[in-house]
Design a protein around this ligand. Structure first.
Ligand SMILES: *Cc1c(COP(=O)(O)O)cnc(C)c1O
Length: 248
């Protein structure tokens, strides 16, 4: 039986497909990360299974599905309930040094768990020292492309040096860059942020400090602009789960 969750998921996939076709990109190459803050393990499980059902039925594009948590506490609490789903999980909120061990333990329960909010050389160095997994820990650099002081992330001008630093660390594997655009009713505002992130990647690729690096950008209100600017993975909460009941 299609539930409201199935319907919202289907509509979200459709938006991604439409945006991809408009940008002349392959729809299946754009992955979907569910932004799961404030959602219960039960709701997250239902969303992952609904996605798999829809893919199996041929009703949506078979794009990769990931999950992203903002708060270490929520990540830790939900990981044991969700580990049997073998879904790739990301930390997409700020990470304080005193929470590193907690975070790494929770991420280890998921498939290819990654930390997408590395924004200082100190944090990268600490993660490198603490990680003892079999393969290097996947990380992304968060870039503050909007210049808002309330947002985390390294300045675009510092991102290149941070990528070089991570490149030297044996226990970290740089996967790409993530950003949160400035919220605005004018699509050009978000576009400027996304273009800035794409330029950061370009510079790192050109210098040979990593290859196949991905861009994590775009949320429910600006995913079309993000896809137009080259997003490889979009992070979606509201458009899949409905309005959040509580603030994260
Ligand atoms: C909440 C959140 C999202 C998703 O936001 P929606 O507008 O609900 O789609 C994406 N990225 C981050 C970092 C978030 O905190």
């Amino acid at each position: 039986m299609p539930t409201p969750l199935h319907q919202r998921l289907r509509a979200t996939h459709q938006r991604l497909d439409d945006a991809a076709l408009k940008a002349e990109r392959n729809p299946v190459s754009i992955a979907l990360m569910l932004a799961t803050k404030t959602q219960t393990s039960g709701t997250i499980r239902a969303a992952v299974l609904a996605h798999r059902d829809l893919v199996a039925a041929g009703e949506v594009t078979p794009r990769a599905l990931h999950i992203g948590e903002n708060r270490v506490q929520e990540l830790s609490a939900k990981a044991p309930d969700l580990q049997d789903l073998h879904v790739t999980a990301h930390l997409i909120g700020p990470l304080q040094s005193n929470k590193i061990n907690h975070t790494l333990r929770a991420l280890a329960l998921h498939k290819d768990g990654s930390i997408d909010t590395v924004d200082t050389t100190e944090l990268a160095t600490r993660l490198d020292a603490r990680w003892d997994g079999k393969s290097p820990l996947p990380v992304m650099i968060q870039v503050n492309t909007s210049g808002e002081t309330t947002k985390s992330g390294t300045a675009p001008a510092n991102a290149f040096a941070l990528a070089q630093h991570i490149d030297q660390l044996p226990n970290l594997a740089l996967r790409g860059f993530m950003t949160i655009a400035r919220r605005s009713t004018d699509p050009d505002t978000a576009r400027n942020c996304f273009t800035t992130l794409a330029r950061v990647r370009e510079k790192v690729h050109t210098a040979g400090n990593g290859e196949g690096l991905i861009l994590s950008m775009g949320m429910s209100n600006d995913l079309e602009s993000a896809v137009a600017c080259g997003a490889d993975i979009v992070r979606i909460g509201t458009s899949v789960f409905g309005e959040r009941q509580t603030l994260a």
